[in-house]
Design a protein around this ligand. Structure first.
Ligand code: ADP
Length: 226
């Protein structure tokens, strides 16, 4: 569960990026966050990752109040949230398997389990046959699948995706969205930031629209129209 209660964020420059935002996302939901450039979407994601602190308000994720979390718990907390970005952010000198396995090595998973877990997750994202490829040998869609596999391999309850299809063509974007939908059906809460009306119209999930740092409107599942 993700809950923002009266959350505001003012940057040191004075910019009010979020103003009195109230959002609740239940476990197992799939939610799109839309809004023009500068409406506060990335700020929202960074608050959820505890990369930023809100100026006001309370943020609760998976039952933990982020403002009360001890500093030493932050790495553990971040590992419980999967994140995917527009630019994939893969390690250029490691192959697909190693990019995904890395997320497990840093949390001390045993090698035999890493092999099993990475194989399973590569199967899920449809990359089993590409496990030896370097990022430079992959298409954009394959690179994003690798990033999604890395985000999921530690079994997070929540997956945050910030413009995951921003660098992909329409067909590949659709494939990635279908993958995220499948991941959601398997139980992960999925929150996707996007500009794309086309994707949101096709997917027909719940939509939260931000405008100038405020929740402008909420559109329930199945009701998005252009
Ligand atoms: P979006 O992701 O919807 O494009 P952002 O959350 O990036 O919106 O930005 C919201 C507002 O906050 C914008 O006016 C932006 O210029 C400003 N902003 C974002 N990051 C910073 C920062 N680190 N310092 C100052 N202002 C920022």
């Amino acid at each position: 569960m993700i809950r923002l209660e009266h959350v505001s964020k003012v940057y040191p420059s004075g910019t009010k990026a979020l103003r009195d935002v109230n959002i609740e996302i239940r476990d197992g939901e799939f939610v799109f966050i839309m809004g023009r450039s500068g409406s506060g979407k990335s700020t929202l994601i960074r608050l959820l990752l505890k990369e930023l602190e809100p100026s006001e308000g309370i943020i609760t994720v998976n039952g933990e109040v982020l403002g009360k979390m001890r500093r030493r718990s932050i790495p553990r907390y971040r590992r419980e949230i999967g994140v995917v970005f527009q630019n994939f952010l893969l390690l250029r000198d490691r192959n697909v398997f190693e990019n995904v396995a890395f997320a497990q090595r840093v949390v001390g998973v045993r090698p035999v389990e890493i092999l099993a877990n990475v194989s399973r997750i590569l199967e899920l994202v449809g990359l089993s046959s590409r496990y030896k490829a370097l990022p430079s040998q992959l298409s954009g869609g394959e690179q994003q699948r690798t990033a999604i596999a890395r985000a999921l391999v530690n079994c997070p309850r929540v997956l945050l995706a910030d413009e995951p299809t921003g660098n992909l063509d329409a067909k590949t974007s659709q494939d990635i969205m279908e993958l995220l939908d499948e991941i959601n059906r398997q139980g992960t809460t999925v929150v996707v930031v996007t500009h794309s009306h086309e994707i949101v119209r096709k997917m027909q999930k719940r939509v939260i629209v931000l405008d100038h740092g405020q929740v402008d409107r909420e559109i329930p599942e199945g009701s998005f129209e252009e």
